[in-house]
Design a protein around this ligand. Sequence first.
Ligand SMILES: [Zn+2]
Ligand SMILES: [Zn+2]
Length: 444
Amino acid sequence: MKVAHHLARSLAASALALGLVATAHAQDTIRSDIAADMPGLMEIYRDLHANPELSFQEVKTAAKLSAEARRLGFEVTEGVGKTGVVAVMKNGPGPVVMLRADMDGLPVVEQTGLAYASKVRAMSPAGIETGVMHACGHDTHMTGWVATARQLVKRKAEWSGTLVMILQPAEEIGSGALAMLEDGLYTRFPKPQYVLGFHDAAQAPAGFIGYTPGFALANVDSVDIKVKGLGGHGAYPQSTKDPIVLGARIVTTLQTLISRELDPQDAAVVTVGSFQAGAKHNIISDEATLLLTVRSYSDETRAKILEGIKRIARGEAIAAGVPDDKMPMVTMSDTFTPAVFNSPDFTQEQAAYLKTRFGEKRVEQVAPSMGGEDFSRFYRADPDNITSLIFWVGGVPVEEYTKAKKEGIEMPSLHSPFWAPEADTVIATAAEAMTAMTLKLMAK
Ligand SMILES: [Zn+2]
Ligand SMILES: [Zn+2]
């Protein structure tokens, strides 16, 4: 996840009194089996947490988990999309179900104070040394993945079909899913009909499941605008075209894209996160650079906003009298992350099923988030034939959550150096949900 996301307030409210009392399914032992496995799973978790790796550097992580998958009897291929892993188990006729966990940590210096906190340092692609931390909780995703694999292998007699379990690299830079697809995820390996994943949530109590039918996470675009002007002396503006004044106009006019051009029901964001120009008080520079993040849900809205940015930049430059050969240059970054779309009917069906397992109050529909997740790629690669769902699993200890809500304390978000989820609850909840849903999809 690139940005802190939060579950709807309604979920927050109903969470309070509840704790983790829930209805165990009388007819199976998934929950108690995962609980019995938890000491070993937590060892894996603590090891992953203490040894995070940056995007596309997940070499040791991939090796450790590949070994575990091989031990369980999967056919394992490493190095798919640079550092990705594909583990396949063919178990008779039936659907192909793909379960995904992402592996990368973030360039964050951990400050949780946990006994198993990361002290790892690494080189970023830009050549800058940085601390590394699993500040997005991908270590809970991977441990949940292991827990699910173990349960499904144990119950191999109960299902029929092909299980594809993947470990995706580089989610945090929005590139890993695409890298795996381009490296033949759907051609060299069985192509799934169903794709499932989960993400821990830093704004929801531990053990809660949040789901969003339809668009759940946003299109994420990065846009650079190079504003050109004619530089000169700060005391003689008449002989210049000031790119700072022009840039400022562009920044404010861009805000009308959302407020005046979009349907108010169609959520989107244009944020100018960086505005750089000039070097000295009395010099009018000849260039300014704006860096934007743009969020939207549908392809149409995305196209409309991106087109609008070009039009506004050019229009303001014309209004400022900038010559034709110095029109602003607008470039879209190629690391676009498409919006996550949860197949609506499928999501509702799965949610209804999860409610029977976890109780009505532990499973709630939540609002879409403006964050991004490249999980979307697995569905978008073939939307006519693939059904997919990613759901949230709350990670804030219930007591801490209740106190924070009562006293109005801001809780650490995902990507915070202080984010320390109640890992065993996240892992147990996610693994039970994933195992149960997969068994249902592949039931004999
Ligand atoms: Zn993240
Ligand atoms: Zn994430």
